[in-house]
Design a protein around this ligand. Structure first.
Ligand code: DX5
Ligand code: ZN
Length: 245
């Protein structure tokens, strides 16, 4: 099975102290940082963009290897995912995870790309890989898992995702209730792909981790459960143990 990854979502951190908060959660046992980028179009909320990512990157050593500790797992809840790939790479993003639902409407950003009227998930995965990042694809609760099979079966490895993110809340806000209704998607993915990195995001904490782990998730995002805890190290270790066992 792929390795367990605990990725605290810094959406729940104090934005006025973001750099030190990132360093602190790494010290408390986090593997990756989950960085939520929201544009006010794809989701009804706005967070921050590449300029802020570049600043907080300096507070956490960038990993030399793929998937290593310190990976910036950037969850792009944005309407035009293709447009921000290069800027996020420059900012220090390691894993660029876009939403399937947004991947068909990206506008061309340069004259040479205008020939490609529309982007599609496979082309976007290739583009992200060509920029030297890992690529992830996320699905919202209303999107069936079946849209992913063709992508996961692509014969070209550049067009296959390094990770799939199954949202367990409607994206946009931290602190929402975990949707167990999404777990059959995780089970279906795990049954077909024993080695796939499967991330769950939304409402994860000590009370919901067992269900997600049993379904087969190995990359666990937790915002309020970690940053709101009296003892974040303890919560991180409980989450890790639930997935490892
Ligand atoms: C929601 C974000 C999540 C969020 C999770 O749109 O994608 O990453 O921070 O927060 P919690 O863990 O509090 O549900
Ligand atoms: Zn997220």
């Amino acid at each position: 099975a792929p390795k367990t990854v605990i990725a605290p979502s810094i959406l729940a951190a104090d934005f006025a102290e973001l750099g030190p908060a990132c360093a602190k959660t790494m010290k408390q046992g986090a593997d990756w940082l989950h960085v939520d980028i929201m544009d006010g179009h794809f989701v009804p909320n706005i967070t921050f963009g590449p300029a802020v990512v570049a600043k907080i990157r300096k507070h956490v050593d960038q990993p030399a290897e793929s998937f290593a500790r310190g990976t910036f797992d950037c969850h792009m809840m944005i309407a035009e995912p293709k447009k921000w790939v290069k800027d996020m790479k420059s900012a220090g993003c390691d894993l660029y995870c876009f939403h399937y639902e947004a991947a068909f409407s990206s506008a061309a950003e340069s004259p040479e790309e205008k020939t490609e009227e529309k982007t599609n998930p496979k082309a976007l995965l290739r583009y992200i890989h060509d920029q030297g990042m890992l690529a992830g694809i996320a699905i919202k609760p209303d999107t069936p898992v079946d849209v992913l099979w063709d992508i996961l079966e692509s014969s070209d490895e550049k067009e296959r995702p390094d990770m799939v993110l199954v949202m367990t809340v409607h994206p946009g806000f931290g602190g929402q209730k975990f949707m167990a209704s999404e777990l059959p998607k995780v089970q279906a993915l795990r049954a077909k792909y024993p080695e796939l990195n499967i991330e769950v995001d939304g409402g994860l904490g000590v009370g919901t981790i067992d269900q997600a782990a049993d379904a087969g998730a190995n990359v666990i995002v937790a915002g309020s459960a970690v940053f709101g805890a009296k003892d974040p190290s303890e919560v991180i270790s409980v989450l890790r143990k639930a997935v490892d066992d």
